[in-house]
Design a binder for this molecule. Structure first.
Ligand SMILES: C[S@@+](CC[C@H](N)C(=O)[O-])C[C@H]1O[C@@H](n2cnc3c(N)ncnc32)[C@H](O)[C@@H]1O
Length: 402
């Protein structure tokens, strides 16, 4: 069967409607761009229905170790980032991490008086992006093969920089190449998690202040800005992940023993909702918490709760650790209740410490965007920072709850 122009319009319309219904498209500008650009031109060989679903990534590139190094992002992520970026007609916009489709959306939004540049470190991705942009009629986009750690100086300054690859830091080149009142949207990795952060910069201030952040997952940065995390194996199937800058240490034999003792469960009485917000609070409001990860086998064998499969903050105190879980509870507003599971000789105390943190979050910060996230480049004075912060290569990231 050959699809007609009308079929593509219907598919695009359905995608845009779904993204609006999910609250991810909130402006006409993003809706119009997503209606205009033929997403299938950037994913040859992919099933059409998959191309226009809102949560599927396309044309993955896998490295020798089986890890994804590139994908055309899911359209819900692209919608979030474009809304966060607030791209306007006439702007000069840089996209870091390419694929073609998102660059075409940007080109639509900046219009004939603006300019879109996309950069990727991978020659295959650049070739694919160029071909897609040509097929779809967006030859005006500047497509650059380079390590984006150093920006794209020949087309700077940019009103907006949209980073579409997981970054651990914000290198000086990005800020040097951003207009004084520009915005930068970046999936930033810290404390073992990634948040898609929209930063604004005020002209007389070197500090970036987030006006919103969301959950998001991206392939990791390669090249000069690549960063690793430390994974401390407790058993072959269960591990603790900490940031590369962390100096946390663990009593692994004691934790291994704890893991195989009967757990203690306790319940907070507070609703389980917005787990990503709770996760951010737990990781950035008190003691440094590692992320507990487990392979499916450990879940299947009942060694850890299934919540651990995707990673969850763990409060570790010597030979004991605790993490949050949930259960159905129709008496809470969400229909679920947050609880804690603890293993080890001090299970009651450690569970109670974690429950206190959960109740504080539920009592004071039970909403979206409750944290104040700022980034202080090394050129700014970060000496007066109070609250949680982490020192990166080129600056300090701070997360404040007040
Ligand atoms: C999620 S994909 C980009 C998706 C794309 N923006 C889209 O619209 O579909 C991330 C890309 O970042 C690229 N990348 C990784 N490290 C990079 C670096 N240092 N500089 C430029 N690109 C990089 C990868 O090659 C990969 O193609």
């Amino acid at each position: 069967m050959t699809l007609q122009v009308d079929d593509f319009t219907t598919l695009r319309q359905a995608m845009v409607t779904a993204l609006r219904d999910e609250g991810l498209i909130t402006t006409e500008a993003v809706a119009a761009a997503m209606m205009a650009v033929p997403r299938h031109d950037f994913a040859p060989g992919e099933l059409l229905e998959k191309v226009y679903q809102t949560n599927t990534t396309l044309v993955p590139k896998i490295d020798a170790q089986g890890r994804q190094t590139s994908v055309v992002s899911a359209s819900h992520i692209q919608a979030i980032q474009l809304e966060q970026a607030d791209v306007r007609p006439g702007m000069n916009v840089l996209e870091i991490g390419s694929g073609g489709y998102n660059a075409a959306l940007i080109a639509e939004m900046v219009g004939p008086t603006g300019s879109a540049t996309t950069v990727d470190i991978d020659a295959d991705v650049i070739d694919r992006a160029r071909a897609g942009l040509q097929r779809a009629g967006y030859e005006q986009v500047n497509v650059i093969l380079a390590d984006a750690e150093h920006g794209v100086s020949q087309y700077a300054p940019f009103d907006r920089i949209i980073v579409t690859v997981g970054a651990w830091d914000i290198p000086p080149a990005w800020l040097d190449q951003l207009t004084p009142d520009g915005r930068i949207v970046v999936p930033l990795r810290f404390a073992g998690i990634t948040r898609l952060i929209a930063f604004a910069r005020t002209p007389d201030d070197h500090v970036l202040t987030a006006d919103n952040y969301r959950l998001g997952k991206f392939v990791p940065m390669q090249g000069d800005g690549a960063a690793d995390e430390q994974l401390i194996a407790v058993t072959p199937d269960v591990g603790l992940r900490v940031d590369q800058s962390s100096d946390l240490t663990f009593d692994v034999p004691a934790l291994r023993k704890a893991l195989h003792t009967a757990p203690v469960e306790s319940w907070s009485g507070t609703p389980f909702d917005m787990p990503d917000e709770l996760e951010l609070y737990l990781l950035t409001s008190g003691p440094e918490l590692p992320m507990l990860h487990a392979a499916q086998e450990a879940v299947d064998q009942g060694v850890v709760n299934r919540t651990v499969r995707l990673g969850t903050p763990a409060l570790v105190r010597g030979d004991t650790f605790a993490y949050r879980i949930k259960r159905e509870n129709p008496d809470t507003v969400s229909g679920y209740e947050t609880g804690v599971i603890a293993h080890g000789p001090q299970a009651d105390q450690v569970a109670s410490e974690l429950l206190d943190m959960i109740r504080t979050w539920a009592g004071r910060y039970f909403r979206r965007n409750a944290a104040r996230i700022t980034y202080h480049p090394n050129t700014a004075d970060a000496s007066g920072l109070t609250g949680w912060h982490t020192t990166k290569r080129h600056g300090v990231l701070a997360v404040n709850w007040s």
